[in-house]
Design a protein around this ligand. Structure first.
Ligand code: THU
Length: 150
């Protein structure tokens, strides 16, 4: 799976975002070390706080199926009428949830600006500009499972 392919899976996942309140649609594609890819979208709620982000949807799907070793996540997001997506970086809660399961110095976070989102099938690799970060860069000095070891 190439980085561009992973971004395309995130774009597909974004199509299913449930966003009647914010109209901000996010898609995530979480690549497990076993090669499996878990898709996630944001799922909003009339109570607002129960809203789940795309990244956490993907993580919870994987972990609930027994998969906890991850190599990378691709994230795309933007308002639902946009034809060109800006970069959408994971929120603090999602960074923390990812930090529970990965080595933050190795885990890759792929964020993409994408042109032509109104016609997903026509998107070329040249329409996708990827910025790559480690989780450590996005969550420096993160609190994690190691802090709770005796
Ligand atoms: N959202 C995500 O799903 N992931 C992010 O990385 C940022 C924000 C969602 C939550 C909410 O449904 C909407 O975007 C606006 O905050």
């Amino acid at each position: 799976m190439t980085d561009y392919e992973l971004i395309r899976v995130a774009l597909e996942a974004r199509e299913l975002a449930y966003t009647p309140y914010s109209h901000h649609k996010v898609g995530a594609a979480l690549l497990a070390k076993n090669g499996q890819v878990y898709k996630g979208c944001n799922i909003e709620n009339a109570g607002y706080t129960p809203t789940n982000c795309a990244e956490r949807t993907a993580v919870f799907k994987a972990v609930s199926e027994g998969v906890k070793d991850f190599a990378a996540i691709a994230v795309v997001g933007g308002m639902d009428d946009l034809k060109n997506l800006p970069i959408c970086a994971p929120c603090g809660v999602c960074r923390q949830v990812l930090n529970e399961f990965v080595d933050s110095n190795e885990f890759r976070v792929l964020l993409a600006e994408v042109d032509g989102v109104d016609n997903l099938k026509a998107i070329q690799d040249s329409d996708i500009r990827i910025s790559e970060f480690t989780l450590e860069a996005l969550l420096p000095l993160g609190f994690g499972p190691n802090n709770l070891q005796m």
